[in-house]
Design a protein around this ligand. Sequence first.
Ligand SMILES: [Zn+2]
Length: 219
Amino acid sequence: MAAAAAEVPEVLRECGCKGIRTCLICERQRGGDPPWQLPPAKTHHFIYCSDTGWAVGSEESDFEGWAFPFPGVMLIEDFVTQEEEAELVRLMDCDPWKLSQSGRRKQDYGPKVNFRKQKLKTEGFCGLPSFSREVVRRMGLYPGLEGFQPVEQCNLDYCPERGSAIDPHLDDAWLWGERLVSLNLLSPTVLSMCREAPGSLLLCSAPSAAPEVLVDSVI
Ligand SMILES: [Zn+2]
């Protein structure tokens, strides 16, 4: 067993989970079901279309062909080149990664935050990594990101072998403002947004290009 364990890379043996959070590593060690349970909610999936800015019902689902406007999201493809991506990752890996909850690893650059008291401590914070300068400058060239000034940078490493995940959450607008920017590197990523509020949603026929007012339906 010791020999087998030695062959597993270190990043797949260590775990930073606390409380009810788990990852594949600690679930394997604990055995049994994880302490959390997925809610038995019936969900409907809509996929964001960056051409139209609408969320469109998944193919072969009950809502195929239906859609609703989904403002406030902007998707920029190929924001960095493959060469820039490789260099960014190489520079990130020069700094140590810390274990985080749910199989994530992270590097934090920013002031210390007390979320409960909504206070910041800036001692010890000496700015973002130098390689972020060009990334932030380029962000400011896009409509909607003019004047964007990051308060902090958090590099997150998600790895399927660790079962890395993050629970659905609301980010703290008091600290980060209304704009959150994610730069995805190395692999395709799905960002899910959920709506837990009760009530109805007005659906229209999915627009093919420019959204137009079409037939309405309420679910
Ligand atoms: Zn874990």
